[in-house]
Design a protein. Structure first.
Length: 155
């Protein structure tokens, strides 16, 4: 008797960072909103050989859909700190120059706006109304827990 030894698959991402530009919100033919966000996530570490502190920045593309996309467009701007929860997605397309391009991006299920309000309270978390294209096979084109205390953010 053969046993199925395959492990269950898990595709979850949790990342904090700051937006490197204002969200780009547009609408696909079905009317669903899609927002493209560019996130910079910083990491500070001590170099083992030199003993010096170094900074490393990872840039990540994030895609939000529907109501979540609209809220990002209304509330976020360049420099906004966010916590994104979602899944990794790879996609490819043919660029204007005829070259085949590909990217790996995060499709957001939830985005926590970490910017403090005027009253000093954190902005609410927003969960997406589903992820992915509203139309079967449709792809977005174009460029590719609770809030954390401000002291704990890695940037």
């Amino acid at each position: 008797m053969s046993r199925d030894l395959r492990l269950p698959m898990l595709n979850r991402v949790l990342i904090t960072g700051n937006l490197t530009q204002d969200p780009e919100v547009r609408y696909i033919p079905s009317g669903a909103a899609v927002a493209n966000l560019r996130l910079a996530s910083n990491r500070r570490y001590k170099d083992v050989t030199s003993g010096e502190w170094k900074d490393d920045t990872c840039y990540v593309n994030v895609v939000a859909w529907r109501q979540l996309a609209e809220r990002c467009g209304d509330s976020l701007h360049k420099g906004s700190p966010v916590l994104v929860e979602g899944r990794l997605q790879s996609r490819s397309w043919e660029a204007d120059d005829g070259q085949r391009r590909s990217t790996i991006e995060i499709v957001a299920d939830r985005i926590q706006f970490l910017e403090r309000t005027r009253s000093g309270e954190e902005a609410p978390a927003y969960a997406g109304a589903g992820s992915g294209p509203a139309e079967p096979g449709g792809e977005p084109g174009g460029s590719p827990g609770e809030g954390l205390p401000a002291d704990d953010l890695p940037f």
